[in-house]
Design a protein around this ligand. Sequence first.
Ligand SMILES: *Cc1c(COP(=O)(O)O)cnc(C)c1O
Length: 225
Amino acid sequence: MTKVDVQANLQAIKDTLPEHVTLVAVSKYHPNEQLLAAYEAGQRVFGESHEQELSKKHDTLPADIQWHFIGHLQTNKVKYIAPYITMIDAVDSVKLLKEINKQALKNNRVIDVLLELHIAQEATKYGFTLEACREYLASGEWRELNNVRICGLMMMASNTDDEQQIAREFSEAATFFDEVKTTYFADDDAFCQRSWGMSDDYPIAVKCQSTMVRVGTAIFGPRVY
Ligand SMILES: *Cc1c(COP(=O)(O)O)cnc(C)c1O
């Protein structure tokens, strides 16, 4: 097997990203030594999508890593990551948002979150439809959740080679972000993140106003499941 040059991959990606775009290095299924290679090159923001794997890495890797939970999070797992998680990127239900608030309160902290939108064609993707997201925000219930801070929106485009479709989906998310920002978060500087773009589509995402790309394979190579 050819060895993956994590540091070279990372640098090549960073060279193409505008300065205002945060790179989340998606390290799921990759061993600590790969993460450390990225860490030594200055990377501090890492994304994981399984609680046990994340907690193990959190316990054994440098303390100044900022961990993002990027996958579907079961409510019964929130308590394990609540003490240390930097951001929960894929809040896909009101139930999950409330549980994060509850566990954040227990830990005497405020947890940053993104609301996940379901825009892609696939039936399997999690997230709020635009209509469900509108409805929930209009309810105002989220204003009572003092231990979560909604920092923006996250979504995944359809898994397709059709770049125009991907761009359409990102643009739809960007337009929706503007609507939500204007309607509910105009005075809230923390609501500023548009998290879209992965290894195959992050250049398109950046053109469609992404502020946070989540890139795994293009940094660490293919995952071995
Ligand atoms: C795994 C994953 C990524 C990274 O995917 P790559 O194609 O390896 O870049 C990004 N976002 C989410 C939500 C993921 O689960």
